[in-house]
Design a protein. Structure first.
Length: 107
């Protein structure tokens, strides 16, 4: 059997690699920025989904005060969670760019 041929990996240079989903930055700041972006996107989508679900629960409560109160509490918690996510991004930008001067976190 012949040994496998050497793979010519010309899709990566010093700071990024071309992938099926686009170029991926391989520096520390680039990986951290991508990780925060993915985590904030997932948590924001989850908060919006909870807002939609609690609105549906409010509509289908049929005047039942306990179910209406539970849906209202879930709606308030989802909105507060979404605000925390938004403010965490603002705080991360403030600390990363303004205080520490990290160029990878600039908008």
């Amino acid at each position: 059997m012949a040994p496998p041929a050497a793979i010519n990996d010309s899709s990566c240079n010093g700071t990024s690699c071309d992938t099926a989903i686009g170029p991926v930055d391989t520096t520390g700041a680039g990986i951290t920025k991508a990780l925060f972006s993915v985590l904030l996107s997932i948590s924001g989508a989850l908060a919006v989904l909870l807002i939609i679900i609690s609105g549906y629960r409010m509509m289908t409560s049929q005047g039942n005060p306990e179910r209406l109160q539970a849906a209202r509490e879930q709606l308030i918690a989802a909105i507060v969670g979404l605000l925390f996510i938004i403010f965490s991004l603002v705080i991360l930008q403030t600390i990363g760019v303004d205080l520490l001067g990290l160029s990878g976190f600039s908008p």
